[in-house]
Ligand binder design. Structure first.
Ligand SMILES: Nc1ncnc2c1ncn2[C@@H]1O[C@H](COP(=O)(O)OP(=O)(O)OP(=O)(O)O)[C@@H](O)[C@H]1O
Length: 267
């Protein structure tokens, strides 16, 4: 079964046609790196996948379930399977690292928010949260407030939270954009190790081509709201990736021609 199946996906912001007929399948356990210039629609795609932004046409299936037509409870249950690691560390800054990780259990518990608060959490949940923090090397920072951590440490907390969540899919939107090269590499190493251990599926946007050459199974490239490159990482040349940043790349530019595929889509 595919972890993610996207068929003829369209998304508009008012008159701006942002996603222009996307087709993409990601197998369970696969790590796909998504590349594309600023404004080509990557984050919008990520938001659609996470149910944060409704799409206008086409379909998205997550682990075989359609993302549309779900009740609020069904959508919540499906979103529980999707962990997010975003460029802007989507953590609650003024609470502890431990508490942020515990929030990952939100939605698994019948009592919701209350049981994910550290003062009410069961011993089992607390143990799991500590184990997740140990896995990302941050057990010693459990009681620190998130805002006291470096960018790299905050991304570690976000990864720990996906472990707490028992996510099956990780959507990582520029997870290393604000990190220095060493910290960025450490986060990519950790992310890929953790997902391999758990057989999770990853869709990760990056702007660093040198990372794209080293991480993941497959490279998908977008240009002006369309997928124009989709091939196993080893088959993608640097020049193929560089072309993604040339010509008409943004969705808010008038298109002079329909972009052609740089490399035949192999899926
Ligand atoms: N909520 C929104 N409302 C209106 N327009 C939006 C919204 N979000 C994004 N856009 C527009 O959609 C287009 C695509 O933006 P998006 O953030 O998806 O691109 P991106 O490829 O992720 O870019 P970047 O690499 O800079 O993050 C841009 O023109 C942007 O201004």
């Amino acid at each position: 079964m595919n972890a993610i199946t996207i068929t003829d996906l369209h998304k508009y912001y008012a008159k701006l046609h942002v996603l222009r007929g996307l087709n993409l399948s990601v197998s369970q356990g696969e790590c796909v790196i998504l590349l594309g210039a600023n404004g080509c629609g990557k984050s919008t795609l990520m938001r659609c996948l996470n149910g944060l932004a409704p799409h206008d046409q086409g379909s998205i299936h997550i682990l075989g379930e359609p993302l549309t037509g779900l009740s609020a409870a069904q959508l919540r249950r499906l979103r529980q399977k999707i962990g997010v690691v975003f460029q802007q560390f989507n953590l609650v800054q003024n609470v502890s690292v431990f508490q942020n990780v515990l929030y990952g259990a939100l939605g698994q518990q019948r009592l919701g928010l209350l049981t994910s608060l550290s003062c009410f959490a069961t011993i089992e949940l607390r143990k799991r949260a500590m184990a997740a923090l140990e896995r990302v090397g941050l057990a010693h920072k459990a009681q620190a407030e998130c805002r006291e951590l470096s960018g790299g440490q905050q991304q570690r907390v976000a990864i720990a939270r996906t472990l707490m969540q028992d996510a099956e899919i990780i959507i990582a939107d520029e997870p290393v954009a604000s990190l220095d090269p060493k910290a960025g590499r450490e986060i990519m190493d950790l992310l890929l190790d953790v997902v391999a251990e758990r057989g999770m599926t990853v869709l990760c946007t990056l702007h660093q081509l040198e990372f794209a050459q080293q991480y993941g199974d497959r490279i998908v490239g977008m240009k002006a709201g369309r997928i124009v490159l989709d091939a196993p990482r080893q088959q993608v040349k640097l020049d193929d990736m560089q072309q993604l940043y040339q010509g008409e790349t943004r969705v808010d530019q008038p298109l002079l021609s329909t972009p052609t595929c740089l490399t035949p889509v192999t899926h």
